[in-house]
Design a protein around this ligand. Structure first.
Ligand SMILES: C[S@@+](CC[C@H](N)C(=O)[O-])C[C@H]1O[C@@H](n2cnc3c(N)ncnc32)[C@H](O)[C@@H]1O
Length: 412
């Protein structure tokens, strides 16, 4: 686990220019962060003084033009703040395409209707390129590849990536602001999207659960836990269904948006296979007594830390996924749980070894690069175990090959 700072009731104020662990942002970036702080202040004033942590996180990540994902910062890759699986290797998207092609083939056998891919939060656009190029190879291109992206800046970047790397498929890609009403059959892909959803932070305190609230003191953000009953039912049902006893003082997170997000997917698509790939745990592991300070993490220039007030808008803020909660919310929404496995098992079952073998050339540098990519994607010490893949389905009962090697559904 990366390093997490201890949370205090009142967290140290912003503008820690002397933080030695993190590189110093430039003046332009700091100016933008101060502007974002004004938006946070406005929201606090509007709310009578303080906002929930999830509201702060939403502004810090998604405020148009200024939030981390909505501004123009370099986020992905070596020169950004973190690396996601599609940025590691095209093999990741090629394996996903294999799973999509299998679903498309099965649906084609029972329906002549059009087939779509819907990708949420497409990042730099590189996953869309890899999936589309591989689907083309497999003669399984979708009618349209639809991208739902909250950030206008990322949308522009995705358009540039696809124009540059797969220009002949550009017309097949369409960007949407919300789920379409007219999609009957779709495979939905969301890689590292749930971890980017704003969370509520709570603390157990005897009779009254507490929620983390954010306010501004002398124009600097501070946070404090206050008694709050809004999460009582969620916390109670987590403890009951997973037989967990959360001790006094225990701190963690809950994703308040997941149920609504899944219900919207269930509502809009007639037949769907939804593939969620993210770092996370089942509920018992998520709320393990040893993880008593939660899973919230911030990333800046490949350094992980826990200071969520460090230059808002310039760093990523993220929390691990509670996959048990995702499964319960999905079933409540009317979806079926079709599989849960590690990223390594999913990629191996979708033929990453064969894909690798087919791409190896005599060039030593290329061989080293490819085997390094496979290691990063599949080794337990890298992304292989920490990242999980969950499949949710609607009106689709065929087995999914990605879960044929290892299905951990019974551990949820
Ligand atoms: C960590 S990045 C992952 C990007 C990309 N999928 C990848 O793997 O490189 C998180 C992405 O999720 C997007 N996102 C978060 N919540 C979303 C939502 N509710 N709908 C659509 N996109 C969302 C963000 O805008 C961002 O593009």
């Amino acid at each position: 686990m990366p390093y997490i700072l201890i949370y205090y009731d009142v967290v140290e104020p912003l503008i820690k220019t002397d933080n030695p662990a993190l590189p110093e942002p430039d003046d332009e970036a700091k100016k933008r962060s101060r502007l974002l702080l004004q938006s946070i202040k406005k929201e606090c004033d509007r709310a009578g003084g303080r906002i929930r942590f999830s509201e702060f996180m939403n502004i810090a990540l998604y405020q148009p033009g200024l939030g981390y994902y909505s501004g123009g910062l370099q986020k992905f890759g070596e020169h950004g703040d973190f690396i996601t699986a599609p940025e590691v290797s095209p093999l990741f998207g090629q394996c996903l395409a294999g799973q999509v092609a299998e679903v498309f083939q099965n649906i084609r056998e029972v329906s002549g209707e059009k087939l779509f891919v819907i990708e949420f939060g497409a990042g730099s656009g590189v996953l869309a390129v890899d999936v589309l190029l591989q689907l083309e190879q497999l003669d399984a291109l979708p009618e349209k590849y639809l991208i739902l992206e909250l950030s206008a800046e990322l949308q522009n970047r995705q358009q540039e990536t696809i124009k540059h790397k797969a220009p002949h498929l550009y017309e097949r890609v369409q960007w949407l602001q919300q789920l379409p009403d007219d999609v009957s059959n779709a495979v939905v892909i969301a890689n590292e999207v749930l971890v980017a959803m704003p969370v509520e932070c709570f603390r157990i305190n005897g009779e009254a659960n507490e929620a983390l609230m954010v306010s501004l003191v002398d124009d600097k953000p501070v946070s404090a836990y206050v008694p709050d009953s809004k999460l009582d039912d969620r916390i109670k049902s987590i403890q009951q269904r997973s037989e967990i006893e959360l001790a006094d003082g225990y701190r963690s997170e809950i994703n308040p948006a997941i149920a609504g997000w899944l219900a919207a997917l269930e509502d809009k698509i007639k037949r769907a296979v939804i593939l969620l790939i993210d770092y996370g745990y089942n509920e018992k592991e998520y709320y393990h007594s040893d993880r008593s300070e939660g899973t919230l993490m911030c990333y800046y220039r490949h350094k992980a830390h826990g200071d969520y007030f460090w230059w808002p808008g310039l760093q990523d803020i993220t929390a691990f996924v509670n996959f048990t909660d995702v499964a319960y919310s999905a079933v409540d929404a009317g979806l079926d749980m079709a599989g849960y496995t590690t990223q390594a098992a999913f990629l191996l079952a979708n033929g990453i070894s064969d894909l690798h073998a087919s791409q190896v050339t005599d060039e030593v540098q290329q061989q080293i690069k490819l085997s390094q990519q496979i290691k990063t994607l599949t080794l337990p010490s890298e992304m292989g175990d920490r990242f999980k893949v969950m499949a949710l389905t609607k009106n689709y009962d065929e087995p999914l090959k990605g879960f044929s090697m290892l299905d951990l559904s019974n551990r949820l």
